[in-house]
Design a binder for this molecule. Structure first.
Ligand SMILES: CC(C)(COP(=O)(O)OP(=O)(O)OC[C@H]1O[C@@H](n2cnc3c(N)ncnc32)[C@H](O)[C@@H]1OP(=O)(O)O)[C@@H](O)C(=O)NCCC(=O)NCCS
Length: 181
């Protein structure tokens, strides 16, 4: 069997943690593995981690954390979304559904945490992939916090997906009360 094949169907598991070394095990040690350094943003680490192992090697990851957000006009009460980030699959194992598996595991857990939606940021070329997985791009500005009390407009695309039946994303601008994830 090729080392790029799984002997049994791959499964996503909850990881006890996720370090820089874990990320490098998946994506290698090259610069800018997510292709987002050009945006010049500071990002939050994630709180919960989901991964796929292939033998001894970690080959896929998706992270999750709860984020405070306001959606719509200024009177809209602050609410929460489940942020998804750090989605990564080892280059030699892409195109086999591992991102789908690990994102599904993260969203299954997110459904137990209360917020109505999950939200992620991605480069424009990844919008079709996430749409295929049931996410919707927002066509509104999304403000996020940055160090030194700065608030900036997110230059990447923002995508959301409902976590519960009848969840409805309100119209209007979006303001994250945290660094992006
Ligand atoms: C983005 C990334 C995670 C995708 O991983 P992957 O394992 O190749 O993705 P999958 O094989 O699970 O693909 C997910 C689904 O999207 C589909 N898909 C892939 N590219 C697509 C496209 N351009 N348009 C529509 N659907 C697409 C796949 O067919 C698959 O659908 P299926 O499960 O119904 O067959 C991987 O390329 C990666 O790690 N990139 C570098 C890090 C990065 O940029 N992460 C994203 C951060 S937001």
């Amino acid at each position: 069997m090729s080392e790029n094949q799984f002997s049994a169907a791959p499964t996503a598991i909850r990881l006890p943690g996720y370090t820089k070394a874990d990320q490098q095990e998946i994506l290698g040690t090259g610069d800018d593995p997510f292709g987002v350094d050009g945006a010049g943003l500071t990002w939050l680490p994630k709180d919960e981690h989901f991964g796929i192992r292939h033998g001894d090697r970690l080959v896929a990851h998706a992270g999750l954390l709860r984020l405070p957000v306001a959606i719509g006009n200024a009177e809209t009460a602050e609410t929460e979304v489940m942020g998804v980030g750090g989605v990564a699959v080892a280059p030699d194992l892409r195109g086999q559904g591992l991102a789908r598996l690990v994102i599904t595991a993260a969203l299954d857990h997110a459904r137990t945490m209360g917020p109505q939606h999950a939200l992620l940021f991605c480069r424009p070329p990844l919008v079709p992939l996430y749409q295929h997985l049931g996410w919707h791009p927002l066509d509104t500005d999304v403000l996020v916090e940055q160090p030194e009390s700065r608030v900036v407009t997110m230059p990447l695309r923002t995508m959301v997906t409902p976590l519960h039946d009848n969840a409805h994303w309100p119209s209007g601008s979006v303001r994250l009360f945290s660094l992006p994830m």
